[in-house]
Design a protein around this ligand. Structure first.
Ligand SMILES: NC(=O)c1ccc[n+]([C@@H]2O[C@H](COP(=O)([O-])OP(=O)(O)OC[C@H]3O[C@@H](n4cnc5c(N)ncnc54)[C@H](O)[C@@H]3O)[C@@H](O)[C@H]2O)c1
Length: 264
């Protein structure tokens, strides 16, 4: 018996990078529960395999897992083709994988830290868009969702490499949106800009607070009008909207998920 998927992204085929944990994991659950097939990729293969198994236990046949270093072009070429073969196409690309990098100031930053953050946070997105585009075009209407940060719109001391990459993600997203529109490909491209969300990426802030999570969260929320850090689903719901055809007239835009922080 064949079953027809229902939900806000029924019939869509999504590739999500950095899906073993944090935001990517929440997006995987969200899109699968709303009817999409999901290709979950990460350097942590065991992590995405475990997630795919859990999702498939609830939504049979919907999730696939791949080992994938997003800084590696050959890996992109392989993973995109494998995901297209397994899912029967590709209509959503979520470029989510990213790292915070080391906290470094102008005079103490190292070129190794700088290049590592560039490779994983922004070069990956160029590679992903490049290798996925022909499939996104073939499966249109399609949607590219690039995970930037409030740090791409506002700077902070010690975060030079991260700020620079996330600002580049913001602008590159617009270039892709305009190229796709000019070519009538029906492929949209938008960026998402979260503030602090409760995932392992915040672990260095907890370490700086001597391991005291409540103290770290209190410090992190000082600039947030809604006075809390976010939950992964706060971002996943935005990704769901952008992945669905509900956002069919939205491209080249940025979406802040920041508890009001940048309204100040
Ligand atoms: N959580 C936040 O507070 C926050 C805020 C703003 C933006 N973001 C952005 O959201 C995205 C996801 O962050 P998160 O909070 O879920 O982080 P996380 O550290 O919890 O998860 C990141 C995932 O990316 C994977 N990854 C790391 N390097 C990789 C590589 N080279 N190739 C493939 N996968 C790789 C990790 O294994 C991990 O599963 C990142 O781009 C991050 O910059 C997060």
């Amino acid at each position: 018996m064949t079953t027809t998927a229902t939900g806000r992204v029924a019939g869509k085929k999504a590739l999500i990078t950095g899906a073993a944990g944090g935001l990517g994991q929440a997006m995987g659950w969200m899109l699968a529960r709303q009817g999409a097939k999901v290709a979950l990729t990460d350097v942590d293969l065991a992590g995405v395999q475990a997630l795919a198994a859990a999702i498939n236990a609830e939504v049979p046949g919907s999730a696939f897992a791949y080992a994938h270093d997003v800084a590696d072009e050959a890996a992109w070429a392989y993973v995109v083709e494998a995901a297209v073969a397994d899912m029967g196409g590709l209509s959503i690309l979520v470029n989510n994988a990213g790292i915070g990098g080391d906290l470094k100031f102008v005079e103490t930053d190292t070129i190794e830290n700088w290049r590592r953050v560039q490779a994983i946070n922004i070069e990956s997105i160029m590679l992903g868009c490049k290798h996925a585009m022909k499939h996104l075009r073939a499966s249109a209407p399609s949607s590219i969702i690039n995970i930037s940060s409030v740090a791409g719109l506002a700077a902070a001391p010690g975060m030079g490499a991260y700020n620079a990459t996330k600002a580049a993600v913001w602008m590159y997203t617009k270039t892709v949106a305009l190229e796709a529109a000019k070519m009538d490909w029906n492929v949209r491209s938008n960026s998402v800009h979260p503030v602090f969300i409760k995932t392992p990426i915040l672990d260095p802030f907890i370490a700086m607070a001597g391991g005291d999570e409540a103290k770290a969260h209190e410090r992190l929320t000082r600039g947030i009008p809604l006075k809390r850090i976010g939950e992964p689903d706060d971002v996943a719901y935005c990704v769901l909207y952008l992945a669905s055809d509900e956002s069919k007239f939205v491209t080249g835009s940025e979406f802040k998920i920041d508890g009001g922080m940048l309204a100040q």
